[in-house]
Design a protein. Structure first.
Length: 160
């Protein structure tokens, strides 16, 4: 049974603890669905103010929803659409303080106010994106971005 450990200290310290938990959780398993599912559950329970945490996988043409925690979401996202598409297309993290100000945002849960999307890259190869939504405006700052990019890296490394 997994016992969640409370995080403490500064935000970077908390993300370092969460990274350790993620490494332990994914160790010894390479299945991309299994590891995505467990990472979503870990992050959802560890971090406050999130209403959607999940994965979209790139099928060679578009993004297809994978494991997530939150309300049912749109299944397919072309790379030229939405915040997720932008992260996949540009291969750079998208941090959006107010999704209502982004014309191209795809609303899956009306409660979402801010969003962070990290592209998942194995070298040059696009695997998909790791997407987090919050009901709180500007929920994600640069420290969250760094911490969540590190978690995304742990996920990608677990598949090798
Ligand atoms: N908001 C995303 C779509 C995915 S949902 O947030 C789960 C976007 O604009 O790409």
């Amino acid at each position: 049974m997994f016992a969640s450990q409370p995080l403490n200290g500064s935000k970077p310290e908390q993300y370092a603890q969460l990274a350790g938990q993620a490494r332990a959780l994914l160790a010894g398993e390479r299945d991309r669905v299994a590891n995505a599912a467990n990472l979503c559950a870990l992050v959802t329970h560890a971090l406050p103010d999130l209403n959607w945490v999940g994965f979209y996988f790139y099928d060679g043409r578009e993004l297809v929803v994978g494991p997530f925690q939150g309300l049912p979401a749109c299944v397919r996202i072309p790379l030229d659409r939405g915040v997720c598409g932008a992260a996949a297309r540009t291969r750079s993290t998208q941090r959006v303080d107010d999704v209502h100000a982004v014309a191209d945002h795809i609303a899956c849960d009306a409660a979402s106010h801010s969003e962070l999307v990290v592209p998942l890259l194995d070298g040059e190869r696009l695997i998909g994106v790791f997407d987090l939504d919050s009901p709180r405006p500007a929920r994600f700052d640069a420290e969250d971005q760094a911490g969540l990019e590190a978690l995304a890296g742990i996920y990608v490394a677990s598949l090798r």
